[in-house]
Design a protein around this ligand. Sequence first.
Ligand code: OAD
Length: 244
Amino acid sequence: MTPAEVRAALAAARRVAVLTGAGVSAESGIPTFRDAQTGHWARFRPEDLASPEAYWRDPELVWDWYAGRYRDVTAAQPNAAHLLLARLEREKGAGFFLATQNVDGLHGRAGSGTLGGTLAELHGNLTHARDEVTGEVYPLPPPDLLTVPPTSPAGNRMRPNVVWFGENLPADALAAAQDAFAAADVALVIGTSGAVYPAAGLAAWTLRRGGIVAEINPQVTDLTLHMTLSLRATAAEGLRALLG
Ligand code: OAD
């Protein structure tokens, strides 16, 4: 299919499902997950910090890393790609579902999930922390006021409210995403390497049911071969081409 045909299909679609990854936040200045880490953190692979084992071994170290990312994310702003996806949700209403692997909260700050459709943060959100005993989730204080590890109102240590390597995704969010991708007339896969399952498998649900899937990514990915259309473009460029 050509970009013009996908654009027309998207305009006519009643149900649209979108999967985003770190690339959608690149234009907000947030490094993608697999980009080299800088400074002090260059010694660590993200996989060695974003895991339960790393946390039990050294909670302060893991929290210091998340506190730095939280500071960066708080200083960043949603970019044109986040805003175009919020606009698409306003157009499609309840027929719109956005599943993100990003933990930066930028989709929510752009309005996604509040404009008639659904936002599912499959890997959690690093702006929140979870009581290790009760499971209650709380927003973090502003970065300048954050001391780590934070403590809940009940006095328990809290952990970052994200899904780590080796942990399961929230079952209800994943099931809702699978339903939305299976029902979608058109799905978009934007800024993800397609390397981490089960999120990377969502597009297959749309294709299997006869829907259209378009990928937007400056690089070829593990998913490219399977796509109805693959646009070699940044998230904002690609969305402008498909949504105008
Ligand atoms: P990755 O860092 O694996 O991939 C980022 C993708 O964004 C790559 O395919 C880049 O080519 C693409 N990209 C870079 N700049 C872009 C731009 N301006 N516009 C669009 N795309 C761009 O990040 P994810 O695929 O999100 O999970 O990684 C998925 C998951 O892997 C993460 O959520 C994390 C990790 O394991 C957990 O922490 C559980």
